[in-house]
Design a protein around this ligand. Structure first.
Ligand code: SAM
Ligand code: SF4
Length: 472
């Protein structure tokens, strides 16, 4: 989600007149899109801003933070960053900067978005320092930040055209926020309530991407399969949206894979699975977070489904879309999780045979309901549980991957591999592989390969040929 948000931030920042640099040391505007899901990522934000603030007496530097921020961190960030805003306020970023004394070159250039560097040109403009200082003076002291809180308008944010980071893979946000309030989770407090993006906009963005050759597009949301439910029947449902996309794939004759993440087991209807099985462009890979394999823990997490409900969905996927790979998320060491409850998660993993599991140690999030409960599973036990589940996972992935050897598969070539003379690629089920080739023209294209070897998390393959299936 942050990767996708950053593509819109980049568009706005460049439209203001800044030019991108890969060198943090020379930037005049530095920002972070924070993630509050676990404490570790927030700790990184604190260490970064500490470093950036130490550079401030050497050069003109403005810092900002946005993304998912919990109220307690917001209070602290206010003292450390110059600007703090919600993602939905992004379209007002230029105003925020101009209040900070940064002139907006785009306003001189009018419609023509020709970008100029912010440092020399901007700081050399007469009045820059004066404005900069006067704004600081108005705030009372040099450290106090300016806060700009326009109306909450996520729609304006979605209207910002992203500066895509790739030429073949893209993310389309279809929804923002979450109404589920799982007891461990920061999202409802950082991103607010669920808002679905109009389906017309989603389809337009998708068609535009596919038309210019994008091959892998992921529909994004915290609860993608509750899409439309906030609109009281005035918007289509998630399976209807998938069906529309599937029909477009069929009629257009274009070759692409559509993914979505994350769906919630509670809203995973049979219809969603049925639709995936019916259309070639709907990729046969499903990410369905389990979180725990113990019913008592699931209730305490407020997941509102049982392990039996989850198992039923997985069985239906295996029956209806047998070729689909299944990914999941698991939290180990949730408040009060006993050895026996953890064992239930381990046996669920053994039974359900996931292709990938993002396993996280429970991290209490201030403000979320579980933060009031004792975080009583010792760190060493959390680590041991994580390793135990990883071992369980790799047993299945190795077994699954080994069965792919000797098969011919269609893959999407994603870039140069770390191994010299090799390219890396992804199967439709998102299993990583590499094959010998230095033909960089293949990057971003579909190819056919023969699987020759397998490890727990990757495949080795031989290149067969480029795939051209699209109508011309
Ligand atoms: N909406 C998705 C769902 O309902 O499963 C998940 C979105 S959540 C932002 C991404 C993942 O982060 C979760 O599936 C969970 O495994 C993990 N996560 C969330 N809160 C956590 C916490 N407090 N400690 C550890 N992991 C957490
Ligand atoms: Fe967080 Fe639960 Fe919402 Fe997922 S469904 S974003 S875990 S509150």
């Amino acid at each position: 989600m942050n990767k996708s948000d950053s593509e819109r931030v980049r568009t706005v920042v460049e439209a203001i007149g800044y030019r991108w640099t890969d060198n943090e040391q020379e930037a005049n505007l530095l920002g972070i899109l924070a993630c509050s899901v676990r404490q570790k990522s927030i700790d990184k934000v604190y260490s970064r801003i500490h470093k950036w603030n130490s550079w401030k007496n050497q050069r003109n530097l403005i810092t900002f933070v946005s993304g998912c921020i919990l109220p307690t961190d917001r209070e602290k960030f206010l003292k450390q960053f110059d600007l703090i805003f919600e993602m939905r306020e992004l379209p007002q970023f230029a105003d925020m900067l101009s209040q900070y004394g940064v002139l907006n070159p785009a306003s001189y250039i009018h419609d023509k978005l020709q970008f100029v560097e912010s440092d020399k040109e901007e700081t050399d403009k007469p009045g820059f320092d004066h404005l900069h200082l006067s704004v600081r003076e108005k705030t009372g002291n040099g450290l106090k930040p300016l806060i700009h809180r326009p109306e909450e308008k996520i729609k304006d944010f979605w209207h910002v055209k992203p500066t895509y980071h790739s030429t073949y893979e893209a993310f389309i946000p279809i929804q923002n926020g979450c109404d589920k309030f799982c007891t461990y989770c920061a999202v409802p407090y950082t991103r607010g309530r669920e808002v679905s993006r109009p389906s017309g906009e989603i389809l337009d963005e998708l068609k535009e991407l596919v038309n210019i050759g994008y091959k892998s597009v992921t529909l994004l949301g915290q609860n993608v399969n509750s899409y439309g439910m906030d609109k009281n029947g005035t918007e289509m449902t998630f399976p209807a949206l998938l069906r529309k996309i599937g029909e477009y794939g069929k009629i257009s004759g274009k070759d692409f894979w559509i993914y979505f993440t994350s769906p919630h087991p509670r809203d995973m209807t049979d219809e969603v699975i049925e639709v995936i099985s019916q259309y070639k462009c709907l990729a046969k890979q499903i990410h369905l977070p389990l979180q725990s394999g113990d019913d008592k823990v699931l209730t305490k997490m407020n997941r509102n489904h049982s392990t039996a409900d989850y198992r039923r969905i997985i069985h239906l996927i295996r029956k209806t879309v047998p070729e689909a790979t299944i990914f999941t998320d698991i939290i180990v060491g949730f408040a009060g999780e006993t050895d026996e409850q953890f064992e239930n998660t381990r046996s669920a993993m053994q039974e359900l045979r996931f292709n990938m599991a993002y396993i996280a140690k429970y991290s209490p999030r201030p403000g979320a309901a579980s933060s009031r409960w004792n975080d009583d599973v010792p760190a060493a036990v959390k680590s041991a549980r994580l390793h135990s589940l990883t071992r369980e996972l790799t047993r299945h992935t190795l077994d699954y991957n080994m069965k792919l050897t000797g098969k011919r598969l269609k893959v999407l070539v994603t870039g140069k591999d770390r191994k010299e003379g090799y390219l890396s690629a992804l199967t439709e089920g998102k299993i990583v592989l590499r094959f010998k080739s230095d033909d960089e023209i293949l990057i971003g294209k579909f190819a056919e390969v023969m699987i020759e070897s397998a490890t727990e998390f990757a495949l080795g393959a031989k290149f067969i040929g480029k795939i051209i299936t699209e109508k011309v």
